[in-house]
Design a protein around this ligand. Structure first.
Ligand code: SIN
Ligand code: FE2
Length: 205
């Protein structure tokens, strides 16, 4: 990519093999059956996001028109506590995050063929020392990352199924987003699309 991401950024292509991807996806299916994907809305405007979301963990990231971006312990539609984070994701965190506290939140994003996510910073967490760890499953996407200001240049590269990304150090507050999905690039999800799992430490450790 033209601009290198800030220090602390790591892209681990194919970190999860096919077997691990399938096992993880099975666990995500169980979670989604209990905590259904829903379409969140932007703060103030109420404009729907193209990505559908749910969470697992003691806290989940949500957004709606009235109350904006935040973490909460319950699903906004079912009002049930989020299901727990699968142990294999906690193991991944313990291996890669180099951080003494576990994540409370795992955001589950589902991208259909035409979904995308605008450039943003992850900064709704009280603990910004912990990295953000993300796992891609299913169709390949074009991921964009820049610096810690909107004015900084950005670069883009593809994230494929099984890739893991770590936003640590300076890159923790890097602007990032998903420009597009490449439909038909993976057979992991029966009906196509992309799942992204984002593990975050929310409260100060
Ligand atoms: C996000 O920033 O929440 C998602 C990033 C991704 O889908 O890879
Ligand atoms: Fe993000």
């Amino acid at each position: 990519m033209a601009n290198q991401p800030p220090p602390g950024f790591r892209h681990l292509p194919g970190y999860l093999n096919l077997e691990a991807q399938k096992a993880l996806l099975d666990e995500i299916r169980t979670i989604v059956a209990a905590a259904p994907l829903y379409q969140p809305a932007m703060p103030r405007t109420g404009k729907p996001l193209s990505v559908r979301m749910t969470n697992c963990g003691s806290l989940g990231w949500v957004t709606d028109r009235e109350h904006g971006y935040r973490y909460q312990p319950r699903h906004p539609l079912t009002n049930e506590p989020w299901p727990p984070i699968p142990q294999r994701l906690l193991n991944l965190w313990n291996t890669l995050a180099d951080y003494p506290h576990e994540p409370e939140a795992c955001l589950i994003n589902f991208y259909s063929a035409d979904a995308k996510m605008g450039l943003h910073q992850d900064k709704d967490e009280a603990d910004l020392d912990a990295p953000v760890l993300s796992v891609s499953l299913g169709d390949t996407c074009l991921f964009r990352i820049g610096g810690t200001t909107r004015e900084a240049g950005t670069g883009s590269f593809k994230l494929a199924s099984g890739d893991v990304v770590v936003l640590g150090g300076t890159s923790r507050l890097a602007f990032h987003g998903v420009d597009r999905i490449y439909p038909g690039t993976s057979t992991l999800l029966k009906n196509g699309g992309r799942v992204n799992l984002t593990l975050r430490r929310v409260m100060k450790g």
